[in-house]
Design a protein. Structure first.
Length: 256
């Protein structure tokens, strides 16, 4: 077994295998769900949609197929490289920008902003969450929607916790190790990749922290940055969250 010498920070290795490792996610279903929310609260056409932390562009592609003018933003060049390859294959007119979600800088105002798959939980601190909300608010059209999901404290305590998961594809074996900090509900995540190259395996490591917050704190941060709260939903439904909800979808509207 060999250690790769050209390891890069961020999600460089994860990006290469992200789509394989998340093959269980139905991106079309998620996009259709977001579309239903948008139709419920903002019934106009030809809307400009920002896909915040777009990753490899899977949801951006699906939202573009639904007729939205899509801008995808992510701070991982590796993830965006894969997204751009998908764009070339599909021919969809998606614009991709490499930007940190805390420092987005748009060319104009945005009708809809979405942020999926617990990307907000990956921000380093609650101050960074508020910075992100402020930037989304700054570039939101009056009455513009902000739709995002967050992993819950329940999920951190009872599902992710101190568990280890393994994933295997034709190209890589992944060991995903979680360590729970019970004082603040942080999950310290360590990813060990074993990439196949013929009869050899190359090992790479990536680390990050996922945070969890009380929904009330998220709501207060949205209100402070110029939004009103329209709805809380249990993941991928129109049901209210409950004590066992693992992911909550929050819908907010820009009011000032």
């Amino acid at each position: 077994m060999n250690e790769k010498s050209d390891m890069m920070s961020g999600y460089s290795v994860f990006a290469r295998y992200y789509d394989e490792l998340t093959a269980n996610i139905d991106y079309k279903k998620r996009a259709d769900y977001f579309h239903l929310i948008i139709q419920k609260f903002k019934q106009t056409e030809n809307m400009l949609l920002l896909d915040l932390a777009c990753g490899t562009g899977s949801i951006s592609e699906e939202m573009a197929k639904l007729g939205y003018d899509v801008i995808g933003v992510d701070n991982s060049e590796e993830m965006l490289g894969i997204a751009i390859e998908k764009k070339f294959d599909s021919g969809l007119p998606i614009q991709y920008l490499c930007q940190d979600m805390r420092e987005i800088d748009m060319f104009g105002t945005i009708d809809i902003t979405i942020c999926a798959l617990d990307s907000i939980n990956h921000l380093p601190s609650f101050d960074d969450v508020k910075k992100t909300f402020s930037k989304v608010s700054l570039f939101a059209e009056p009455d513009g929607l902000f739709i995002f999901d967050i992993n819950t404290i329940h999920k951190h305590l009872n599902i992710l916790a101190d568990n280890t998961f393994t994933y295997e594809t034709d190209d890589v074996f992944l060991v995903w190790e979680n360590k729970l900090n019970k004082s603040n509900y942080d999950i310290n995540i360590n990813l060990e990749f074993f990439e196949r190259d013929g009869d050899k395996y190359y090992r790479s490591t990536e680390n990050f922290i996922e945070k969890a917050y009380e929904t009330s704190d998220i709501d207060n941060a949205l209100i402070e940055t110029g939004f009103e709260i329209l709805a809380h939903y249990d993941d991928d439904s129109f049901n209210p969250p409950n004590d066992n909800s693992q992911r909550i979808v929050i819908v907010a509207r820009k009011i000032r």
